[in-house]
Design a protein around this ligand. Sequence first.
Ligand code: AMP
Length: 461
Amino acid sequence: MQTQTPEQSKNSEQTFGDLGLKKSVLRGIELAGFTTPSPIQAEAIPAILQGGDLMAQAQTGTGKTAAFVLPILHGLRNNGEVEALVITPTRELAMQISDEAFKLGKFSHTRTICVYGGQNIKHQISFLDKNPQIMIATPGRLLDHLRNNRLRNFAPRIVVLDESDEMLDMGFLDDIEEIFSFLPNDIQVLLFSATMPKPIQELADKILLNPTKIKITPTEVANTDITQRYYVINDNERNEAIIRLLDTQAPTRSIIFTRTKKEADTLNSFLCAQGYSSVALHGDLDQRARRSAIAEFKSHNVQILVATDVASRGLDISDVSHVFNYHIPLNPESYVHRIGRTGRAGKKGVAITLVSPLEYKELQRIQEDVGSKLELFELPVNITKKLDDLLATEISQDAIDTYNQLSSQAEPAQLCLKLLTHYLTHKSASFSAMIELDSRAKETKPSKPQRSRKNRPRSSR
Ligand code: AMP
């Protein structure tokens, strides 16, 4: 996140010291190497410090974790109770937030407890003996503990819902509502979500009291350190295209996003069979396999992670040189989230999207929404394969007739070279079609659609 977004440079005069955080927290920030607050931090931290509720629309990569962790650290009383609760959709995210809190809370004597399914209950609860101030929990297990009254010294004054839309997608909203029935009314609630679909707005109406609303739009996230390209391919050429791009672009570390878990498995098997060092990450893998995949990739043991959106959501992995979209993502938010896995911490990154002619409309929609222009590239030619194909071609009668006509006009060697030049530089039909579509779209570019959000009155908490 050290990269400067356009919005960030606007805040470049501002320092963390200006936000009202106390010294021990500022020392943690300094140790973490953060110099300038990101836009979400500049807006959210003062609002949270004032004590009110917050509803923030921000993607991963915007620095949103620190935006809620820092005010939590600022307000710790170290009175032996769990003072803050962060609810998050996945165990991986819970652990990541715990790491961030630990890193930033170095001088605030911070202890965290992670509460998630799949871990022995007694063992998990035993960590409460260490008097952690911050609990980071996934909804199902947290609710289980609350229903069974297992949480000692549990008195959060501040509750964060992180990645709320993800919790909606994973079917956790009912659990969240029930969790709130166990919490007192006078807590401060912070809701973070990358998107604000209707069910999340309705949840916000129920659990937030006159919240400050902040929106960091995808355009503000879009990072100038990321080169964005698309390659036109036919639907059945995706695997071949990925191989050619991996070979010619030589990424040091890449993430390939697929739409489905099955696609992730199939592509991963294909890449492994071709000798690439790759691992799959998706929601059907058990917890151990997911952790092992992430660890393998993080530790540079494997160079390629083939992942679905949900599984990779929120993962903070640096040094990813290339992101590939095996298909065009389903929505602009997903596109922004995916490409934000590269070009982090001031490094350059390349985001490549494979687009079939049928997906062109989707591509246009994403470009308009995200506000960035993807450049059209042609797949590098696989000369060896092309020549193999050429040598394997059977000679047709038409070719013999045409040769007889041409042989009086050019030497055989010259003719052969002309044909080879034509063969090797000939654009594919779909590439030519895409250039045509692209130039037509430029001529009739529609204006950017405005999004509206309803302001509803809030019911009582
Ligand atoms: P997040 O959006 O919370 O997933 O944060 C993305 C990454 O940015 C994490 O690695 C953070 O440690 C890092 N980060 C957060 N805030 C800042 C900041 N103000 N300056 C530099 N890096 C940051």
